[in-house]
Ligand binder design. Structure first.
Ligand SMILES: CCCCCC/C=C/CC(=O)SCCNC(=O)CCNC(=O)[C@H](O)C(C)(C)COP(=O)(O)OP(=O)(O)OC[C@H]1O[C@@H](n2cnc3c(N)ncnc32)[C@H](O)[C@@H]1OP(=O)(O)O
Length: 719
């Protein structure tokens, strides 16, 4: 909806009304068209201001309408009517002007922004491009290179940057609508010829062809198979090389393809999934809307290794006072220096002062006595963590929340060493913790709803997407990683190479294949876990038991590399070789290939041809199958939780929506059939045995992903 009011006798103010973000739903578009007709036709109206209700200009097209039958006036002619009208129109931008909202503002003749407003064209994150003239007007206004950067990244800019770039005419700290009315009064009756952006020539970057070739190369490289960024470059190229009308036609053609694509569906699903995870629930009935978080003003981080440092920075940047504890003096000094550097770089990027003063450092635990919440981030060792929890229980206030950054240890066991087990939750961050968006909040059977709610909110404050998950070995992310890694090892035994497996996964869209990733994070991490699980048998053996544990197939390949000191990048060799310890560029390693051949010979394994499709099916479907088990077990409440964890924490390509969404695009019955096929070929691999929930979903006609939560709830008692 849109409201019309006449202000100061001659300014028509059109207010968009569609909480919470004044998205351009069909009703809003109808409202704008009607109110603009009124403003342009009524003689007493000399100029117009467009603004949004509740301090938010406009969040763009209504994403909830996509994928449905689109009705109502289309955006392009609506914006054209505003631009070509005879009366000056001023956009009063408060809060946000995003996507179609910014395109609407670009169709206005003047733009005033509040100093706290953010502007951007984020369509690329939804698998789209700004197709209401954004790709044609923005480069005409701010130049091709700046427009290209904003449109291909979807980055939001502050009002100050928008002013510098020339996107807005004025920035105000005061009342934006009042300032816009004042401007509207002053420009009434003046010529609009120089204010219609579509009439501007598009400034040509020098060496047009070369410029776009380079841009296209860079975008293709970072897009990892996503179509929208590529289409954005194509639309910008049309803006730079064709008249406005033809550019608009090209924009439309590109949008028509994107709008109906599977990638757009996946990315739009993911947009809502990131928000859905905030509405968490647990099997015991705790819920986001009935659990009140407690305020956290002061927090402590215990253990200042890589994770602890990142967590300290993220807490300080969120405005909390932090006590950072490291008992080894030398490491404390190093950590202090590293944290200061991270704060400085972060502050520079965000254009604010570094939050040095928020952090106090200590080599003992005593200063944590008055904090509201502690995050323990020491070495992944249950005994060590147990002893810290016991000490914290003595030192801290009785109501202090005790959180652990474990990536897989038993939260409930740790809680049993705390004075108040109900105040214990896991806060599993991902490295680097001040950068990565994901936080797994792990609740044990004794965690109170308030502890979960507090950790979830704290994560949001730290600019993370928090996902609540239940307690089990590996939680959600690492638990699903296990069958994925296992399949990759088995494929090597059967004839594949790390290069072949990684190439298949990277072409699928992963930032890194499984072996390059394993080299980066360190092979010793998994080795330690397998040792703790009693799976590692020292020394190479070739008997029938060498490749079997507890009656199931097991590959000792990772263990054998670790025994040889090949821990990955840090030691200069792992599944690949590197120039030096700490080197980053993975090179194919002839030693490794020889080692695999010898291994197969020792174990009587005949190498066979493994193709990319088999790599994807074995690795990804095994991972997805574990995802279904996690849903079945109630460890994650819905598929959105799993998908958010995998995209934000494990490099799953966003344009494929996450593993559970991806399964729906393949077809659940196809996933089931291929798992059955691979399980028949490898009956000693339980990870390939389709789980009951998957079978049940297929038997029920493969209902859409958004209905799984309800489906699981209803069928849990029968599973
Ligand atoms: C073939 C021709 C077709 C023509 C199609 C025309 C295409 C037009 C291009 C576009 O405009 S696409 C949309 C571009 N806009 C965006 O991508 C905005 C995305 N939103 C955000 O970045 C944030 O939501 C925000 C606006 C900055 C607000 O952030 P905040 O943290 O304050 O709140 P949220 O929890 O994110 O959102 C609150 C609530 O609002 C819902 N929502 C947000 N934006 C939209 C939107 N554009 N359409 C519909 N709904 C929106 C969001 O989902 C939350 O609701 P929920 O119920 O919790 O999910």
């Amino acid at each position: 909806m849109a409201l019309f009011t006449l202000v100061s006798g001659s300014v028509g103010v059109v207010t968009l009304q569609n909480p919470p973000v004044n998205a351009l739903s069909a009703a809003v578009r109808h409202g704008i068209v009607d109110m603009m007709d009124k403003a342009l036709s009524e003689p007493e109206v000399k100029s117009v201001v467009i603004c949004g209700q509740n301090g938010r200009f406009c969040g763009g097209a209504d994403i909830k309408e996509f994928g449905k039958n689109m009705t109502g006036p289309p955006l392009v002619p609506m914006i054209h009517r505003i631009e070509s009208g005879a009366k000056p129109v001023v956009a009063a931008i408060e809060g946000i002007a995003l996507g179609g909202g910014l395109e609407l503002a670009l169709g206005c003749h003047y733009r005033i922004a509040h100093s706290k407003a953010r502007l951007g064209l984020p369509e690329v994150h939804l698998g789209l491009l700004p197709a209401a003239g954004g790709t044609q007007r923005l480069p005409r206004l701010i130049g091709v290179p700046a427009a290209l950067e904003l449109i291909t990244t979807g980055r939001y800019v502050t009002a100050a940057e928008a002013l510098r770039l020339g996107m807005v005419d004025e920035v105000t700290d005061g009342n934006t609508v009042d300032a816009a009315v004042k401007l509207a009064l002053s420009v009434a009756g003046k010529s609009l010829d120089a204010r219609r952006i579509s009439n501007y020539p598009c400034p040509q970057p020098p060496g047009l062809d070369r410029f776009f070739e380079t841009a296209m190369q860079q975008v293709r490289q970072s897009a990892r198979g996503a179509m929208a960024p590529v289409a954005c470059v194509q639309a910008l190229r049309a803006a730079a090389s064709q008249p406005y009308g033809e550019g608009m036609q090209r924009e439309k053609e590109l949008m028509d393809t994107l709008f109906h694509s599977g990638q757009a569906r996946a990315l739009q699903y993911f947009f809502f999934a990131q928000r859905a995870v905030g509405r968490w629930s647990t099997p015991s009935g705790s819920r986001w809307d009935s659990s009140k978080p407690r305020p956290v003003h002061k927090a402590a981080v215990v253990g200042l290794g890589t994770m602890g440092r990142g967590i300290t920075v993220a807490l300080a940047q969120a405005g909390l006072s932090v006590v950072a504890v490291e008992t080894h003096e030398k490491q404390l000094m190093e950590a202090r220096q590293a944290v200061s550097g991270m704060l400085e770089r972060g502050a520079k990027r965000r254009g604010v002062a570094p939050a040095y003063g928020k952090i106090s450092y200590s080599s003992d635990l005593l200063p944590v006595a008055d904090v509201d919440l502690v995050i323990e981030a020491v070495f992944e060792d249950m005994e060590l963590k147990r002893s810290i929890f016991e000490q914290l229980s003595e030192i801290c206030k009785p109501d202090t929340f005790l959180c652990t950054n474990t990536s897989g240890l038993d939260i409930d066991r740790l809680a049993s060493h705390a004075r108040n087990p109900e105040l214990v939750v896991g806060m599993h961050f991902f490295a680097p913790a001040h950068v990565m968006k994901l936080l797994e909040v792990v609740y044990g059977p004794r965690s109170s709803p308030q502890a979960v709610a507090t950790a979830m909110l704290l994560g949001r404050k730290m600019d993370k997407v928090s996902v609540a998950v239940g307690n089990c070995p590996g939680f959600v992310g690492n638990r699903m990683l296990k069958p994925y890694l296992e399949q990759a090892f088995f494929l090597l035994e059967e004839g594949a190479t790390p290069e072949l497996v990684d190439q298949a996964l990277e072409e699928f869209g992963f930032a890194m294949g499984v072996f390059r990733m394993s080299d980066l994070s360190g092979l010793d991490v998994g080795w330690r876990v397998r040792k703790a699980d009693g799976l590692v048998v020292a020394g190479a053996s070739t008997g029938p038991s060498a490749r079997s544990r507890r009656g199931f197939r097991y590959s000792p390949l990772g263990d054998l590399l670790c025994e040889r000191g090949r821990f990955g990048q840090k030691t200069g060799s792992g599944w690949y070789r590197y120039d030096k310890p700490g080197g980053r560029v993975a090179k194919s390693d002839p030693w490794l290939h020889g080692f695999l051949e010898q291994y197969r010979a020792d174990h009587g394994l005949a190498a066979r041809r493994v193709d990319q499709q088999e790599v994807l099916e074995r690795c990804l479907y095994a991972l997805i199958n574990e995802g279904f088990r996690i849903l079945e077990d109630g460890i994650a409440a819905g598929p959105e939780d799993i998908d958010v964890i995998y995209v934000l924490g494990y490099g799953w390509p966003r344009h494929r929506g996450g593993p559970m969404f991806y399964a729906t695009t393949v077809g659940l019955s196809e996933v089931l059939e291929r798992l059955e096929h691979h399980h028949r070929a490898h009956p000693d691999v339980p990870g390939l045995q389709p789980c009951r929930l998957l079978r049940k979903l297929v038997a029920s006609g493969s209902p859409p992903v958004h209905s799984w939560r309800e489906f699981i709830k209803k069928s849990r008692s029968h599973l």
